[in-house]
Design a protein around this ligand. Sequence first.
Ligand code: SF4
Length: 404
Amino acid sequence: MNEQSHPAGNLRTEKRYVDDVAKQLLGPLLDPMRHSAWRLAGWDAEQGISIYLEKDGRVLLVELEPRNDEQPCYACTARFNVCARRPFDFTSSLDAEDRRVVDSLVAMITDREKLLPWPERQPSSRRRAVRLLEVERVLMGEGRGHYYINPYVGCTIGCPFCYVAGRADLSRRLEGLPRLPWGHFVDVKVNAAEVLREEVQRVPAGIVRLSPILTDPYQPVERKFRITRQCLQVLQEAGFTAAVLTRAALVTEDLELLKRFPTALVGFSIPSDDDRMRQLFEPGADPLPERLRALAACRRAGLVTLAFIQPMLPMNVERLVEMVAPLVDAVRIDRMYCLDEVTETYRGAGLEHATRPRFFRETEERLKTLFARRGVLVEDIDDVKELLRRLRNRGGGQRTGSRR
Ligand code: SF4
């Protein structure tokens, strides 16, 4: 690895190589002279490889995950499972034109994946790794004026069910890094704010999510490096809208900064009313009472507040709704996906009933009914622009427009 001193201190930093590897795979797609009705709206190589294509406001997301014949996907190549969907439209499936576009991408990947280095992986001699990275890109386009930022890669909160673990490991593999268990590594993008300051001048202002799935923007190292805070400062000065998604009360240390945005959203994961469930399933994350206090502080600060009842853990539904409804504008509800990773935890606590489809279906129905009765919007929340429009239409707009 190239190493150099970081100008901000006596820190050793590395250059990130995974983008260079991904460029070899995506070659023709990245050619600015490429003629296609579908514009490349964004791509990244931090959570496997994700490609956003856009045409007339319609967006296609194609994701490359590790090859796994047991997992359903759109197509398989020698090394990847290829998944494809419309990220802002959960109601419709791919039509014939979408499939033609995805098929041609699959053909290109099949042809070019031979170019990728694919060495046998060495076991890591370390138990934990914090890398300080110099990156060239920070702001990732998702199409339709949506962006996301991962201030870090990896997450030392380390929830065992985190469904991005396999994809993050694929990116480490592409970069030739040894395997480390999820939760044991984090990459710190030390120059993120500097890079972002240039990027925001080249694109229209829009909505930026920090961070959709790959990391928690307020995980423990944020106390030391403040990469999330620095990125928020840049976004606020450039007139963007920020949507921060976290499990950590640390976000309240940035409340004054978040209040300066014309519109800012903060979403907390609140998967149960019972902190014993948090201790079992996400022991590295802040206790639920702390998250609820932080959510209340965000609410009092006039931010748009969201709760992610996700993944639904065993809970007293009525109590959870009592706790959360007064604190939020909208909720997203979803099931546990990576059940295999936590089977023993459920079994050891005698909670197998909460792994069954019936538990997820019935809990979701009751949550939806009770939140709706309390006037809380139940939403997918991926499309933050649409969420803000709906909140304004419902008259909840005093916190969704300019507050000053
Ligand atoms: S906090 Fe979020 S990103 Fe971090 S391990 Fe848990 S689910 Fe994954």
